[in-house]
Design a protein around this ligand. Structure first.
Ligand code: PPS
Length: 347
């Protein structure tokens, strides 16, 4: 084992003792992806995910560990403890906010799940529609993809279930679900949480009291399906899995074609570079904005006034004063650092 990996594991134990579970899990996953093959790492991961309310995942980790180290007494003890919880559902109800969300997550499942299903998952306002346009433009090159037709090729779970039932396989489905293990293959789209909340504020403006400021919206619990940080943290558990791809909104802005190649590779799509280029052109901000203005969109009544609002990174700087920064940092400062948007809390 590299000395660096030793240090990472020490840091993970430190974070675990401080109950910084997301950070501990990130470090343990890093140790694994750096090549460390210590079965005992699963014990630390199991503690972290169990504390996050993901009991079944913790049980899986412990079983895997005990398969390799049957004499690990602490793992046996924790496994017994988790199994003796009154029931998974009651544990959810009383012990973990994340799990309560998971329990409510059946609306996030289509009628049937196939092993080749792909889910494009994101917290709201992270650029999901952009990704849907990109993929629909790859899959249906002869058709005009606009805000009325995109749902026919990349429908949203819970909203277009009938379309999903009749979709050609492998199906590509949009979702805003918190972590859910049933999704076989996932592209998880991430955007800087500060920009997300600004975009979300404008999305919700029609439903908010007329005098609601951005700061008030940020402070409220009125964020569906949860706070941004909770959403991204819940999905990081799958970070090192081979059927999980993280795409960043900021990278799409930077070099959309490069990201589309990564995505095409992940989905084993055989399109040529020219075809991918064309899809990025058809899904550019300006073209999607033109389509919104010329052709309109679904759900216009309760959605934002203008969906294609700015499409920029760093717009948060225009909306975050001292107060907004304090609110965000205290609630979601850590995931921002974990995801590499900041190095520390001094921003
Ligand atoms: S939703 O309602 O949750 O499905 O919203 P979502 O599609 O995830 O995110 C909407 C934001 O993505 C921006 N967007 C784009 N940015 C750059 N280029 C393209 N092509 C693009 N398409 C959508 C959209 O403008 C929203 O961000 P803001 O910051 O509000 O402009």
């Amino acid at each position: 084992m590299q000395p660096d990996t030793n240090l990472i594991i020490k840091q993970a134990v430190f974070q675990l003792n401080k109950k910084n579970n997301t950070e501990a899990l990130r470090l343990l996953n890093k140790a694994v992806s750096d090549g460390s093959d210590i079965p005992g790492l699963n014990y630390g991961k199991a503690i972290a995910v169990a504390r996050m309310g993901l009991v079944n995942e913790a049980i899986d980790l412990l079983q895997e560990l005990l398969g390799r180290m049957p004499e690990h007494t602490k793992a046996h003890k924790l496994l017994d403890e988790l199994r003796s919880l009154p029931s998974y559902d009651s544990f959810n109800k009383y012990h973990s906010r994340i799990s309560i969300k998971r329990q409510e997550s059946s609306p996030w499942l289509p009628n049937t799940i196939y092993p080749d299903d792909v889910f494009i998952v994101s917290y709201p306002k992270s650029g999901n529609t952009w990704l849907r346009f990109l993929l629909a433009n790859i899959l249906k090159q002869q058709e005009e993809i606009n805000f009325h037709t995109v749902h026919n090729y990349v429908p949203e779970v819970g909203k277009q279930d009938e379309i999903i039932d009749n979709l050609e396989r492998p199906r590509i489905i949009k979702s805003h679900s918190l972590y859910i293990r049933e999704y076989p293959k996932v592209i998880y789209l991430i955007r800087d949480g500060r920009d997300v909340y600004v975009s979300y504020y404008f999305h919700r403006l029609k439903q908010l009291p007329v005098d609601c400021t951005f700061g008030e919206f940020l402070k409220s619990q009125d964020h569906y399906p949860c706070a941004w940080g909770e959403h991204v943290s819940s999905w990081l558990i799958r970070r090192s899995s081979s059927n999980f791809l993280i795409v960043r909104y900021e990278d799409l802005i930077d070099d959309c074609l490069k990201q589309l190649k990564r995505i095409a590779n992940f989905l084993s799509l055989k399109q040529s570079e020219e075809q991918l280029k064309l899809a990025t052109k058809k899904s550019s901000f300006d073209n999607m904005r033109r389509l919104e203005f010329e052709k309109g969109r679904l759900y216009k009544d309760h959605g934002p006034k203008i969906f294609m609002r700015k499409g920029k990174t760093g717009d948060w700087k225009n909306f975050f004063g001292k107060n907004e920064k304090t609110i965000f940092k205290s609630r979601e400062g850590q995931p921002l650092i974990t995801l590499g948007y900041e190095f520390n809390g001094r921003w």
